[in-house]
Design a protein around this ligand. Structure first.
Ligand code: NAP
Length: 298
């Protein structure tokens, strides 16, 4: 279903898109159960009680339940040692009843995040952060794609957005969003076959580059960075950013905004994703799809 935002602009609705994909997943799980098979099982490890991490993990657990997956949440307080965490990861790697494992980031400073990431079995790495999965993705081999870029591909696919031959500008080069996104959209596939420009904090003439983009993926973590004067008429704009800013219009005194100044940019776009209600919901769908794939690998 397409939501017409203005005469020329269609909203890339994460709620509608994720609900459609979750319905497919729930149907597949119901079939598995009716055949006497077990449900796919996602395990999450949470260290400490960072507010945003608590929210993300709770949402992942809730989404698992919605599609009929089993989930388990293992909590540690901040004093847990790296060795203890590595021991638990090994235990889960060896547990044939668990298909996917995520360790919610960020971890406290005393952890070596790379060591933790590499300890997760690549076969259970449903966040797609393990170097083996990233390497396989680069070579266009079957791999767990990082959940956010995967979710964005699913959104592009759902709205049947043409990508072949388009100039795509990716803002941000993180290992979890910008870098993999740039690789995936330049692959000889659909969605893909874009000519990609990957921008970062050292990029010169950013405005000029952005103005030549047919597709912009904004993943830099700077609240409402993308303004109308940086966007070509008819561009597709996908907003990954999540920043909590003060607001006198909400009870909590805060609101979540993306990397795009939505009000200003939306009228100039052919398609635009909102924050919240856009990529965040698709990231969870990417994670669920990866978990189902891990289940079928058994
Ligand atoms: P990150 O690791 O903080 O990386 C930010 C990237 O943006 C870096 O590559 C940085 O360049 C670049 N950058 C910063 N300022 C810039 C500027 N003025 N011009 C051009 N590039 C600039 O970010 P991340 O982890 O990818 O996250 C990005 C945003 O997405 C955050 O708001 C995060 O919360 C959000 N996020 C959302 C989801 C979701 O599910 N919706 C998932 C993950 C992340 P350098 O490399 O040169 O420093």
């Amino acid at each position: 279903m397409k939501e017409q935002l203005t005469q020329n602009t269609i909203l890339l609705d994460g709620k509608v898109t994720s609900a459609a994909i979750k319905l497919e997943l729930a149907t597949e799980v119901a079939t598995l159960i009716s055949q006497g098979k077990r449900a796919p099982h996602l395990c999450a490890i949470l260290v400490g009680n960072n507010g945003a991490s608590e929210t993300y993990v709770a949402s992942k657990v809730k989404n698992c339940a919605e599609v009929g997956f089993k989930s388990s949440l293992i909590r540690y307080d901040l004093s847990v040692s790296e060795e203890e965490l590595l021991g638990k990861i090994q235990e889960i790697n060896d547990d044939s009843g668990i298909d996917g494992l995520i360790v919610q980031l960020p971890l406290p400073d005393h952890f070596n995040v790379q060591r933790i990431t590499e300890a997760i079995s690549p076969l259970k790495d449903v966040d797609g952060f393990h170097p083996l999965n990233l390497g396989r993705m680069v070579q266009n081999l079957p791999a767990f794609l990082p959940a956010t870029p995967y979710g964005i591909l699913l959104m592009i696919e759902h709205y049947k957005i043409e990508t072949s031959g388009k100039h795509c500008v990716v803002l941000g080069r993180s290992n979890i969003v910008g870098m993999p996104m740039s690789i995936l959209l330049s692959r000889n596939a659909y969605p893909g076959n874009c000519t990609v420009t990957l921008c970062h904090s050292k990029t010169k003439d950013l405005e000029e580059i952005l103005k030549s983009a047919d597709i912009i993926i904004a993943a830099l973590g700077k609240a409402e960075f993308l303004r109308a004067n940086m966007v070509k008429e008819g561009a597709v704009v996908i907003d990954v950013g999540i920043t909590r800013v003060k607001s006198d219009k909400t009870k909590s005194g805060f609101k979540i905004v993306g990397d795009v100044n939505f009000e200003e940019v939306a009228p100039h776009c052919s398609y635009i994703s909102p924050v919240p209600g856009g990529v965040g919901l698709m990231t969870i769908v990417g994670l669920l799809k990866n978990t189902l794939t891990a289940y079928h690998h058994e």
